[in-house]
Design a protein around this ligand. Structure first.
Ligand SMILES: Cc1cc2nc3c(=O)[nH]c(=O)nc-3n(C[C@H](O)[C@H](O)[C@H](O)COP(=O)(O)OP(=O)(O)OC[C@H]3O[C@@H](n4cnc5c(N)ncnc54)[C@H](O)[C@@H]3O)c2cc1C
Length: 391
């Protein structure tokens, strides 16, 4: 049969394409692989930012990078030296093109633009059913989200990180492309956690992003209004000083529920659908890269995929504590992030968010925020673990 594959990637966004990219550099590069996505991925639909030490497999498409970033809040502002980390930006379109170009050398990879309608598994074979065909795979890696995901969060925090970004171009040089703003909490919090990012890519271009962590989305116009307010107040730009050349909007789940890591023994969930999104920050891109490398290692060595790839460690509890502190309005998130950056070297905070700190560093991080609110948060986090366990 023609539609039989060793690997099917259902969904070819960040996770599907990253896994494919890593597979093509492994001993499995000659296997029959099918990539299915309903979109052609020819739009610049998102910008990925992440931090790392050294270089990434995608170094050639890094659009801009910074070693110094501002943290700003009413009580504490500082230009942070991120070393040894570098904060990097990759444009979605560059990533999609980069991976698609790499595919050109691999006739064993088939790409189909079809809508996946169902996935099922029987007798050790997984099936992906699209509007046109049924495809069979020894393994399926799916980044398709469940439509009713939020319902599965019963007893857990489920916040949304929603943001609107304007890429602006000024008529005169107005930015220092060496210095970005990671978080600016000086804006009106309106009872939520709200901040701006400012990521200048040259002296006249910057991505300015209004970001909110809350349970509900805002009305469409509200994002634009807040961006429009920020320009003169904090960037000193009047309407006639700049032009909006590109816009992006996104919603990322921030939840301490455990995403199922598989949908069957042969259908493995990846990306946000598989729990790759860091619950307390929404950062996902680097976690997808780590997961992809780990999955390829497991496939090519043992041929077995481990079930607990995310959320099986103490950092899941830390995320849950912070989500409870934020979601239950126990302590303002802006203050918590200010405490973290004020009382720790920036590299320690980034390492903690990367889940790479040792216990001693975790204690230092815990000591840098006020005890009572976080004890309360821990109480609720443990309760939700207990509730989840009893379902
Ligand atoms: C605008 C935006 C900006 C972001 N910025 C950052 C950032 O700076 N840093 C960071 O770490 N994270 C960021 N994220 C979060 C995260 O990295 C991205 O959402 C990332 O794309 C998640 O990868 P994924 O593969 O899980 O999902 P996606 O990239 O969304 O891929 C899923 C794919 O599945 C396809 N698909 C869905 N349903 C079907 C179906 N039924 N049939 C066929 N195909 C289907 C979609 O077309 C899509 O291509 C951002 C998210 C958004 C939305």
């Amino acid at each position: 049969m023609n539609n039989q594959y060793d690997i099917i990637l259902a969904g070819g966004g960040a996770a599907g394409l990253s896994l494919l990219y890593h597979l093509l550099q492994s001993d499995w590069k000659d296997r029959r692989i099918l990539l299915i996505d309903r979109e052609r991925k020819n739009q610049n639909d998102r910008t990925w930012c992440f931090w790392e030490v050294g270089s990434s497999p995608y170094e050639s498409i890094v659009h801009q990078q910074w070693q110094h970033m501002y943290f700003r809040s009413p009580g504490f502002s500082q230009l942070l030296n991120l070393q040894p980390y570098t904060y990097k930006m990759i444009r979605g379109i560059d990533f999609y093109q980069h991976v698609y170009q790499a595919l050109a050398d691999f006739p064993n990879v088939t790409v189909l633009n079809e809508e996946v309608q169902e996935m099922r598994e029987s007798d050790g074979v997984a099936q992906v059913i699209t509007e046109r065909d049924t495809h069979q795979g020894a393994w399926v890696f799916s980044s398709l989200r469940d439509k009713d995901e939020v319902k599965q969060a019963n007893g857990h925090q489920y916040l949304l990180q929603h943001f609107k970004g304007w890429e602006i171009r000024t008529h005169q040089p107005r930015f220092n492309p060496q210095e970005a703003t990671l978080m600016d909490f000086r804006i009106d919090q309106q009872g939520d956690c709200r901040f701006m990012y400012v990521l200048p890519t040259d002296e006249q271009t910057a991505l300015v992003e209004y970001t909110i962590f809350s349970a509900q989305l805002l009305g469409k116009d509200e994002y634009n209004q807040e961006l429009q307010k920020y320009m003169p107040e904090y960037l000193g730009l009047t309407n006639s000083d700049y032009q909006v050349v590109h816009q992006e909007f996104g919603v990322i789940p921030m939840t301490d529920m455990t995403y199922p890591s598989e949908q069957g023994k042969r259908i493995i969930r990846i990306g946000t659908a598989g729990g790759a999104t860091k619950a307390s920050t929404g950062y996902t891109f680097q976690r997808i890269q780590r997961d992809s490398q780990q999955l390829v290692r497991q496939l090519t060595t043992t041929g077995k995929i481990s079930t607990a790839r995310f959320s099986n460690n103490r950092f899941h509890l830390f995320d849950s504590v912070l989500l409870n502190v934020m979601g239950r309005d126990i302590y303002p998130a802006g203050k918590a992030f200010a405490d973290l950056f004020k009382n720790n070297p920036p590299a320690r905070v980034l390492r903690f968010l990367d889940e790479d700190t040792h216990l001693g560093e975790d204690f230092a991080i815990m000591n840098s925020v006020p005890k009572m609110p976080f004890i309360k948060g821990t109480w609720f986090a443990l309760q939700s673990k207990f509730v989840a366990a009893s379902y």
